[in-house]
Design a protein around this ligand. Structure first.
Ligand code: AMP
Ligand code: MG
Length: 393
């Protein structure tokens, strides 16, 4: 059986980013940059005022000096002319500094009488001045390929004059759920029936990973239905995630149906808990990720195995869940021989609580959890032990 690292590197070795597309910056939120982006202009673009006040020559603007105000510079304009000795100009935050000025006196440090401005607190050269290019220089790399475009990156690119970026294509990920017992939410449950919930959870995780989920109808436990469903999903999608039907029961058809369709099974089973029966295969270069049907196993295998692969399909530089330090508020024990990804809730102070019953069918804990703690085999962790929390929300 493969370790998690072996399974993960085996998958990532055969998964390439999809193509790229040029997008206007306004449509690029959440996308991954495919090509480095450079600043078009300096930021600030010109020396400008950090305050509402008066542009001055610092040498002329000591405490008690009286200056003549010879004009004003509203935002979005430029001062026509140059300040001479004993002169100042009314200026506002962000307005370009007039030629001849090298500092700004805040309005609060002046006393104004007609066009005479008395300085009540003198300034030093460059005080309250933002210098051209001090923030970003034109030509500087301000976005690396593989970076996710979030608010801060969009702000920077937009300010620096980048109107269009090249991003990786978002993969379309098919989501199938197999099982004769599964019923659509809102329908009446027959004998032995349960409400299907993995497609909802997987689709949400796929969207969180930047890809587009495509959810297909429920798949009954027959060879024919499973082959048909896989065939339809692979025709429409860049990769397919199936849930259920990957264990050893005689009603588990995902692996055999996939092979019947011409897919190659690369591996089955990973040494983790929950999620041992995970399957990875390829059909015409497109990946199949077969997660187990137990809801917690489905979520955990998605987070630790499928998510990195989907991110790699988008050219992401960072494939790992964010890892936050925390301290256990409850004792944890893993008596098994597989590492156990326990479901936890970490609070803002870093206290880490067990999120309830740690069993692969138990959905209650996932409703409360925001992270996983990777507990090694045959290991007990006492309350107060330092841990890393792999955060998924
Ligand atoms: P399987 O992996 O198909 O053997 O299913 C394992 C367990 O997970 C069984 O108890 C199933 O009823 C349950 N299960 C399978 N698929 C789903 C699903 N899509 N939603 C909720 N529970 C499921
Ligand atoms: Mg099943």
């Amino acid at each position: 059986m493969r370790t998690l690292e072996e399974a993960r590197s085996e998958m990532l070795a055969v998964i390439d980013p999809l193509g790229t597309a040029a997008l206007p910056l306004v449509d690029a939120a959440g996308r991954l940059l495919a090509v480095d982006a450079a600043a078009v202009i300096d930021l600030p673009r010109f020396d400008n005022s950090a305050m509402d006040g008066y542009a001055v020559q610092a040498a002329e603007a000591g405490t008690g000096a009286k200056l003549q105000c010879i004009g004003e510079v509203p935002a979005g304009s430029e001062f026509d002319g140059e300040l001479g000795d004993g002169q100042c100009a009314r200026i506002f935050t962000g307005s370009p500094l007039p030629a001849g000025a090298n500092a700004v006196v805040m309005q609060e440090d002046t006393r104004v009488d007609g066009s005479t401005v008395e300085i009540t607190d003198g300034v030093k050269p460059f005080e309250h001045v933002r210098l051209r290019g001090e923030d970003v220089k034109a030509g500087e790399c301000i976005g690396q390929a593989g970076m996710k475009l979030q608010a801060g990156q969009l702000q920077l690119l937009g300010a620096a004059g980048v109107a269009e970026v090249t991003v990786f294509r978002r993969p379309v990920i098919g989501v199938l759920a197999t099982g004769d017992e599964l019923c659509e939410p809102g329908t009446e449950l027959g004998a032995g029936g349960i409400y299907e919930s993995n497609r909802l959870a997987l689709a949400a995780l796929i969207r969180d990973a930047g890809a587009e989920p495509r959810v297909f109808p429920l798949v009954p436990d027959t060879m024919e239905a499973t082959v048909d469903a896989l065939k339809g999903a692979f025709a429409e999608c860049d990769a397919v995630v199936t849930s259920g039907g990957v264990s050893v029961g005689e009603h588990d058809y995902v692996k055999s149906a996939f092979e019947q369709l011409g897919g190659s099974l690369e591996f089955w089973r990973v040494k983790i808990k929950p999620g041992k029966p995970f399957v990875f295969g390829r059909l015409g270069g497109k990946p199949l990720f077969g997660v187990p049907g137990n809801p917690v196993s489905a979520m955990v295998t998605f987070l630790v195995l499928v998510r990195p692969a989907i991110l790699q399909m988008q050219g992401a530089a960072d494939l790992d869940l964010p890892s936050h330090p925390g301290v256990l508020a409850d004792p944890f024990a893993n008596r098994g021989d597989r590492r156990h990804f326990m479901r936890v809730h970490a609070d803002a102070a870093g206290n880490v609580y067990a999120a309830g019953l740690q069993a692969s069918h138990a959905v209650g804990p996932f409703g409360k959890a925001n992270g996983l703690v990777d507990v090694p085999p045959e290991t007990s962790l006492a309350e107060g032990a330092p841990v890393k929390v792999l955060r998924f929300s």
